[in-house]
Design a protein around this ligand. Structure first.
Ligand code: ADA
Length: 555
């Protein structure tokens, strides 16, 4: 199941998650032993491939024909899709959805092959040895959809409120795959009592068309952290009164606004208390089964969190569906972590970053839990060239979504050149872990410096703060890497940030321990980033109870 709800009733859609044929491919193109591999999964979950970095081939025979849409929710990290031996799609980046439209293909058994590469090859600008693990495989669901001659490609819902009256701004993209002009009508139900009609729409042959409407919504129930009220958006396209296609999504009536240093959700100031979370779980790697995702939501709620940052890439949409349902606000960010100016000069960096931003925003636009989009975590914001990249990416995001504030987490205290480009200032700081300074002193200096920049009158989020602890390492000497030390540092860090009236909130680094590329990082015991408040199996560390107590004491 690629979402937590059915996205079609009229369109036939089947998830082809199951057992595929699999083999590795070496650098000379020679195939390894043919085995079976679960899709979705990462191949590192297979005992013989736990550290395999390279190419592999997945294959499966499927019978279909006519107009077909193949949807890949995530392939890590470079994919070549072949149908009956012919290359039909190339895609880079593990974390965003992509699709292939097959037009008028024969009805028969076809061979679908997916060549996957998770090596740090020279074409890759965003996946490289890093403080998280680039897993390998078809790591998110694959879906086959049967299309007619026309289909609903996308539907974006933007809520707005004018003098206490809610409006739905709907933008629907229709595609005509045929050589003939088509005339349709579209009805879009919002919840049970509101329907938006596009009565007569004409689609030229082989065309893509966008239609927009703004509609007043009677008695809409607002979306909030405490009451995350969701509405189904159900679009049906009709030809001669017969349904020919449909698309279902879920939305919420909420607006995010900024007022000086405050971030408001439906006019109420937010006090963000949350965590940075990698998609990483013990034996499952990056492919968490739904019950593990749900368990993470339960833990976040138990801790008193109201937000999560998808550090450092777009997440599996089922996790976003859960955040929508349980009122966990999301800072979703495009894929990037810690690129130097030199790495931002990579020949593919601009395009691979833009593609990721496009796919993230276009596919995740409707999630009410997403309150901000982030980019370029700890990249070269302190250099002129780096700034030019931030500028390009911010302006791209503003064309794709005018409804959400934008941010990026910086580590360039004293030298960041980009605080005029963003809406929310965010800094990663580790006083007490990476350097000896009181949290209060460090935060005061940071805020004094920000006050001299273009970020001075903007909201401030401490987007990362934390300390490491090896699970099970306890000692009265509170040495570094003990759970005792982590509890002590986190107590000071989180309390100080939440007490600071000019801070909109904190994202603790990090939710759970995660695997890292051992090629890149010293000081990573067990080849893991051990700053989790739980370990990779979600076993609580000593700091868990303390952070829960602090979070719950701050309303
Ligand atoms: C940085 C980075 C995180 C993680 C963290 C750490 O802030 O953004 O991905 O590497 O440091 O654990 O040091």
């Amino acid at each position: 199941m690629e979402r937590l709800f059915k996205t079609h009733n009229t369109r036939k859609s089947i998830e082809i998650s199951s057992i595929w044929d699999f083999c590795t491919i070496d650098n000379n193109g020679a195939k390894g032993e043919l085995i079976k591999m679960v899709v979705p999964s990462c191949w590192e979950s297979h005992p013989n491939l736990a550290s395999y970095r390279g190419k592999a081939l997945y294959s499966k025979k499927i019978s279909f024909g006519g107009n077909i849409r193949l949807v890949f929710k995530g392939v890590s990290h470079t994919a070549e899709i072949y149908l009956d031996g012919k290359l039909i799609k190339y895609h880079y980046n593990a974390y965003t959805e992509f699709d292939v439209i097959l037009n008028n293909i024969d009805y028969c058994e076809h061979l679908l092959e997916v060549k996957v590469d998770n090596s740090f090859h020279e074409e890759s600008s965003l996946h490289f040895g890093n403080d998280y693990y680039s897993y390998g495989g078809i790591t998110r669901p694959v879906v086959v959809e049967q299309l007619g001659e026309t289909y609903i490609k996308q539907m974006h819902f933007t809520p707005s409120r004018e003098e206490n009256v809610w409006f739905a701004n709907i933008k629907v993209t229709m595609v005509n795959l045929s050589k003939q002009v088509k005339t349709l009508k579209i009805n879009i139900k919002i919840g049970e009592d509101n329907t938006i009609h596009f009565d007569e729409i004409t689609l030229a042959a082989n065309s893509e068309n966008v239609f927009e409407k703004k509609h007043e919504i009677w008695a809409a129930e607002e979306y909030s952290i405490e009451n995350p009220k969701l509405y189904y958006l159900n679009a049906i396209a009709y030809k001669n009164e017969q349904p020919v296609d449909d698309l279902i999504d879920r939305v919420g009536f909420r607006v995010i606004t900024l007022d000086g240093k405050d971030i408001l959700l439906n006019g109420r100031k937010l006090h963000l208390k949350g965590f940075n979370r990698h998609e990483d779980y013990a034996e499952f790697g990056c492919t968490l089964p739904l019950q593990a995702m749900y368990r993470d939501i339960e833990i976040l709620k138990d801790l008193g969190s109201n937000c999560v940052r998808t550090s450092h890439y777009p997440n599996d949409e089922r996790f976003l569906d859960l955040c929508d349902e349980y009122g966990i606000l999301v800072w979703e960010e495009a894929h990037a972590r810690g690129l130097s100016e030199d790495q931002m000069h990579h020949k593919n960096f601009d395009k691979q970053s833009a593609d990721c931003i496009h796919e993230m925003i276009e596919n995740h636009y409707n999630h009410p839990s997403i309150f901000t989009w982030g980019i370029l975590n700890e990249c070269a914001a302190h250099t002129d060239y780096g700034r030019s990249c931030y500028e390009k990416q911010y302006s791209l995001m503003r064309t794709l979504d005018k409804s959400r504030p934008l941010t990026s987490a910086s580590c360039h205290f004293g030298s960041d050149k980009c605080l005029d480009l963003l809406d929310i200032v965010s800094f990663n700081i580790y006083p007490g872990w990476y350097f000896d300074e009181s949290v209060d002193e460090h935060l005061k200096r940071l805020q004094e410096w920000i006050a001299t920049t273009d970020g001075k009158d903007k909201p401030l989020i401490i987007s990362e703060i934390g300390a490491g602890a090896v699970y099970g390492f306890r000692s009265t000497n509170k040495a570094k890497w003990t759970e005792d030390f982590q509890e002590e540092i986190l107590t000071e860090q989180v309390t100080t940030v939440l007490e600071n009236k000019d801070c909109s909130g904190v994202f603790i680094w990090q939710f759970s321990d995660c695997r890292v590329d051992n090629s890149s990082f010293y000081a990573r015991p067990k080849s893991q980033n051990n700053k989790g408040i739980v370990d990779t199996y979600r076993r609580q560390k000593l700091a868990y109870r303390k952070v829960k107590e602090i979070f719950k004491s701050f309303k």
